[in-house]
Design a protein around this ligand. Structure first.
Ligand code: PEP
Ligand code: MG
Length: 541
C-alpha cells in the first residue's frame, strides 16, 4: 500500500479506482496574420460565447450546490467584464501580430500572478478563477470543447489542478472524489467540492502510475491509500457505509425541528475544538455550537495567540454559523491540557489544581485578550461566552467584571461588540450545590458531565485503570444533573449538557423528562440524537 497526504477539503471517504486526468495539451500560436482589430473582434465573439457558458454553469451549480455556491460563476462573469482585465487583453492584442488566444492567456497569467502574490489567502485563491475564465475564452477561440470525465465507471479523479468550471461540468454520478496536486482550501473548486459533498484532497504529490489502481481517499486523515490491503479496505468500506447511512438519516431530518412526539422542543447543538470543525457541524445540521473548546487555539500555538488571531477564528466560526448560536468557552487550560509557554508548575493533583478560570482570574491580561476577541467576534453572529470550572459566586462576578471592563474599553475604542448571553459550566459538585445562587448571575448553565462525574465520584477521568469505576450513570451524577436543571429553571436560566453524557441515547429520555433545554454533542452524534428525540413521547409512562 502506498500512502500520500494532502489537505482535506471535506471529511468524507471515497473508495474506487483512480483516474489520472491529463488535460489535452493545446498549442496556442502567438503570431497572427490578422489585424489587431480583427483579433479583438475574435476575442469579443469568444467572450460572448463564454458568457453564455457561464450562465449555464451558474444554472447547473444552482441546481447541484445552491445559490451561495453558484455565485462563483457570477464572480467569473464579473471578472470577464472587468475593465482592467479587458484593458490588459486589449494592450497585448494592440501591440500587433499576436493572436487573441495568446493575448487572453498572457493577460490571465499576469492577473493570476498578481493575485497569487497578495497577502490574503482568499485573494490568492482567486488566481485560479482568472486562469479559469482565460482558459475558457482561449478554448472558445480555438474551438476546443471540454471533454468531461474520461471514464465510464465512477472514479476518484487525480489531476494537477481543477478549475471551478471543470468541477461543475463533471458528471457527479461518475465522480467519487478528487485529488489535486495544486489548489487550496479557499479555492472556488474546494468550495464547490464541499457544498456538493465530494470528498477531496488538495496538495497531494501523486504519481502517474496510480492510474487505474484502487484507492481510499480519507478526507478525515487527509491521506490517500493506494492499493490498500483487504483488511484495511474493508474497515474503510465500513466507515464509508456509515457515512452513507448518516447521509440518509440527514435527508430525513434536515431542517426539521428537534421536537418529541408530544411536542417538547429541545435544542441539539454540537461541540467543536477548532474552526475547521464547523464544516461537520453544518454538515450534520446542528442548530448551534454548544461548546467551542477554545483552549485548542492555545494548545496548537507556540506562544499566546494574539487578540487579532483569536478574533479571526471566532469571527470565522460566528459567520459560518450564520446567526445560529455559538457558545465559546473561555480558556480551559491546565490539568491534561498543557502548553509550555504558560510555564505552569508541575502539580501533585493537576485536575484539582491551577486550571481554567483559576488561571484566567489570576492572569488577567491573558484573559482580557481572549474576552476582547470574543466580544468583537460577537458583532458578526450570535456569540455567547461560557466560563469553565466555576466553584463560587465570586468567580462569576469577577469574570463578569473583567468582561465588562473589556466591553467598555472596546466601546471607547469604537470597536463593535455583541455578546448577548453569558453562562457557566456546571462541572464541579460545588457549582451544583450553589446552583440556585449561581443562576441569579448568568443566563445559562451547561453541564460538563465529564468533569462533574470525575469530581463527584472522585475518579480521575485520565486514569484508564479506573474506567470500570467511572460511571456517569451513577445516581449521584444524575441527581446533580436534575438539581442543576431545576435550580436553573427556578431562576430563569436555560440549562444544557455539553459533556459526553449528552450523547448517551439511553439517557436522552431521562434528560428530557428532567427538563433539559439543550444537548450539545460531537458533530457525528447530532443526527442519531435528533432521531431519538423525534421518536420519544414524554406523555407516555
Ligand atoms: C466536561 O467536563 O464535561 C466538558 C464538557 O469539558 P471538557 O471535557 O473539555 O473538560
Ligand atoms: Mg470540563
Amino acid at each position: 500500500m502506498q500512502t500520500a497526504s494532502g489537505k482535506s477539503i471535506l471529511e468524507r471517504i471515497a473508495i474506487g479506482p483512480l483516474c489520472v486526468y491529463k488535460k489535452a495539451e493545446v498549442h496556442i500560436s502567438r503570431t497572427s496574420a490578422l489585424t489587431s482589430a480583427q483579433e479583438w473582434d475574435r476575442f469579443e465573439a469568444a467572450r460572448q460565447t463564454v458568457r453564455g457558458q457561464l450562465e449555464r454553469l451558474y444554472e447547473k451549480a444552482l441546481d447541484e450546490a445552491g445559490g451561495e455556491t453558484a455565485a462563483i460563476f457570477e464572480i467569473h462573469q464579473m471578472m470577464l467584464d472587468d475593465e482592467d482585465y479587458l484593458e490588459a487583453v486589449r494592450d497585448i492584442v494592440k501591440t500587433g501580430g499576436t493572436t487573441a488566444e495568446y493575448a487572453v492567456m498572457e493577460a490571465g497569467e499576469n492577473f493570476a500572478a498578481a493575485f497569487a502574490a497578495m497577502d490574503d489567502a482568499y485573494m490568492q485563491a482567486r488566481a485560479v478563477d482568472v486562469k479559469d475564465i482565460s482558459g475558457q475564452v482561449a478554448d472558445a477561440l480555438c474551438g476546443r470543447r471540454d471533454s468531461g470525465l474520461p471514464e465510464e465507471q465512477p472514479v476518484i479523479l487525480v489531476a494537477d489542478d481543477l478549475t471551478p468550471s471543470e468541477t461543475v461540468r463533471m458528471d457527479k454520478s461518475k465522480l467519487l472524489g478528487f485529488i489535486t496536486r495544486r489548489g487550496s482550501f479557499n479555492s472556488h473548486t474546494a468550495i464547490l467540492a464541499r457544498t456538493m459533498n465530494i470528498p477531496a484532497l488538495v496538495g497531494v504529490d501523486f504519481d502517474d502510475s496510480w492510474n487505474g489502481r484502487t484507492a481510499v481517499l480519507d478526507g478525515c486523515s487527509g491521506c490517500v491509500y493506494v492499493n490498500p490491503g483487504p483488511e484495511f479496505l474493508s474497515a474503510m468500506e465500513e466507515r464509508r457505509d456509515d457515512e452513507c447511512r448518516r447521509d440518509a438519516l440527514l435527508q430525513t431530518l434536515k431542517g426539521k425541528p428537534d421536537v418529541t412526539l408530544d411536542g417538547r422542543e429541545v435544542q441539539v447543538y454540537a461541540n467543536i475544538g477548532s474552526a475547521a470543525d464547523v464544516e461537520s457541524v453544518l454538515r450534520n445540521d446542528a442548530q448551534g455550537i454548544g461548546l467551542f473548546r477554545s483552549e485548542f487555539l492555545y494548545l496548537d500555538a507556540q506562544d499566546y495567540p494574539s487578540e487579532d488571531r483569536q478574533f479571526a477564528v471566532y469571527k470565522h466560526v460566528a459567520e459560518a454559523m450564520a446567526g445560529k448560536k455559538v457558545i465559546i468557552r473561555t480558556l480551559d487550560i491546565g490539568a491534561d491540557k498543557q502548553a509550555d509557554y504558560f510555564g505552569l508548575d508541575e502539580e501533585e493533583n493537576p485536575a484539582l489544581g491551577y486550571r481554567a478560570i483559576r488561571i484566567c482570574l489570576t492572569r488577567r491580561e491573558v484573559f482580557k485578550t481572549q474576552l476582547r476577541a470574543i466580544l468583537r467576534a460577537g458583532a458578526f453572529g450570535t456569540v455567547s461566552i461560557m466560563f469553565p470550572m466555576i466553584i463560587s459566586l465570586q468567580e462569576v462576578r469577577d469574570a463578569r467584571e473583567i468582561l465588562e471592563e473589556c466591553r467598555t474599553e472596546l466601546r471607547e475604542q469604537g470597536k463593535a461588540t455583541g455578546v448577548p448571553e453569558v453562562g457557566i459550566m456546571i462541572e464541579t459538585p460545588a457549582a451544583v450545590a450553589i446552583a440556585d445562587e449561581l443562576a441569579g448571575e448568568v443566563d445559562f448553565f451547561s453541564l460538563g458531565t465529564n468533569d462533574l462525574t470525575q469530581y463527584t465520584l472522585a475518579i480521575d477521568r485520565q486514569n484508564a485503570k479506573l474506567d470500570a469505576f467511572y460511571d456517569p450513570h451513577h445516581p449521584a451524577v444524575l441527581r446533580m444533573i436534575r438539581h442543576t436543571i431545576e435550580a436553573g429553571h427556578r431562576h430563569g436560566c436555560w440549562v444544557g449538557i455539553c459533556g459526553e453524557l449528552g450523547a448517551d441515547l439511553t439517557l436522552t429520555e431521562t434528560f428530557l423528562r428532567m427538563g433539559v433545554d439543550e444537548l450539545s454533542v460531537s458533530p457525528a452524534a447530532v443526527l442519531p440524537l435528533r432521531k431519538t428525540i423525534r421518536g420519544l413521547d414524554l406523555k407516555k409512562d
